[in-house]
Design a binder for this molecule. Structure first.
Ligand code: DAH
Length: 366
């Protein structure tokens, strides 16, 4: 029977020899110190501390040693592994800090450098003007209402007291869609939104509606087959012409400047009774001393702005509102016109021709 192999000399197990372990440790520490970045360190970790690294393989040999030899070899290998792991952790921390530092420098954005961004365009001045007008009314508690530009003849005309034989129909030269007996038009005014609103909401109604309208007009400096209007409608108990006047005075002074009020001239619109043309006080000469030479109002002191009136009870009835209980006012202004005299523009065509150089003088860059 043979006894334990007490003569076994651990020095004989080559990978566990002190100088071998020392060499592994040295090689690892050198490689760790040489690792220039985190990627390199990752490889070094695999090579010198991974499962197949010399030191890990040496560690596995320990079990093969006789018990009395294991302790010393175990300590030696354990210390070497500890030193290697510590060195890796320390190097990792250094490299991570360096990496972060570099990122901060590399990713710094100098906001003062000139950009190479090309202008893509500007928001259209009429869009901005429409939004401004809508905002003025929203601030007074109104809602913004919308309707389609391709509209039923009935809503564009009949509901607004413009029956088929009404002479005022010819005041608005209309684009009809085909076939004609579909009775569909490109809306000639934003007023059908009044009818739509009354048909779908119950009073009190306070709405404003900016939008596009179409008429078979020639295209010249002051006409376009497509232009913009803003419609206003109020239906509530006890509404009078005085409310209308106060509202439009406020609207005018907000849009054209403090002290710019309106005047009403008697007029006719089928959907309002009484009706008035609204003029706005010239915001350049204010009807004062320079009025005779004023180009903006052409010496008038006032500028034509739109139409308005107390909602005709026939319109209320057509739209299902009881005229015994409710009354209302309505108004309609040209947005393009307002824009033109607000900015002293003689020709409206640049508003529709899409030249960014024109728009961006008024609009916000995108
Ligand atoms: N729709 C009219 C037009 O295009 C403008 C207008 C006048 C609208 C009087 C109104 C109004 O709401 O009450 O000429």
């Amino acid at each position: 029977m043979s006894g334990p192999n007490t003569d076994y000399d651990p020095v004989e197990v080559t990978p566990l020899k002190a100088d071998q372990v020392e060499a592994m440790r040295e090689a690892a520490l050198t490689a760790i110190a040489d690792a220039a970045d985190l990627e390199a360190l990752k490889q070094v970790r695999l090579d010198h501390a991974g499962d197949r690294s010399p030191i890990a393989l040496a560690n596995r040999e320990i079990g093969a040693l006789p018990p009395q030899a294991r302790k010393e070899a175990g300590q030696r290998v354990g210390q070497a592994r500890g030193a290697i792991n510590q060195a890796i952790a320390a190097r990792q921390a250094v490299l991570e800090a360096e990496h972060e530092e570099r990122m901060l420098v590399e990713e710094t954005v100098d906001v003062s450098l000139p950009t190479t961004r090309r202008r893509r365009g500007g928001r259209h001045p009429l869009t901005l003007q429409s939004e401004l007008i809508a905002d003025l009314f929203v601030a007074m508690g109104y809602e913004v209402a919308e309707g389609p530009v391709v509209e039923a003849e009935w809503l564009n005309f009949d509901a607004l007291n413009l029956g088929p034989d009404h002479p005022a129909r010819t005041m608005q030269d209309t684009f009809w869609t085909e076939p004609a007996d579909d009775h569909v038009v490109l809306r000639t005014q934003t007023s059908p939104v009044q009818a739509r609103t009354m048909l779908t909401r119950t009073p009190p109604i306070y709405v404003v509606c900016p939008g596009r309208v179409f008429r078979t007009d020639e295209y010249d400096a002051t006409h376009s087959p497509m232009f913009h209007q803003v419609e206003g409608l109020v239906v509530d108990e006890g509404i009078t012409m005085a409310h209308l006047k106060g509202t439009l005075d406020h609207f005018a002074s907000q849009l054209f400047g403090d002290g710019i009020t309106t005047r009403f001239r008697p007029s006719y619109f089928p959907f309002t009774e009484p009706s008035a043309e609204v003029d706005v006080k010239c915001f350049v000469c204010r009807g004062g001393e320079g009025v005779a030479e004023c180009r903006t109002c052409r010496g008038e002191g006032w500028i034509e702005w739109g139409g308005c009136g107390v909602v005709n009870p026939r319109v209320l009835v057509a739209c299902g509102v009881d005229p015994e209980v409710y009354s209302g006012f309505a108004f309609g202004m040209g947005i393009d016109r307002s824009f033109m005299f607000r900015h002293d523009l003689e020709d409206l065509r640049p508003l529709f021709e899409g030249d960014v150089r024109f728009s961006s003088a008024f609009g916000t860059e995108i």
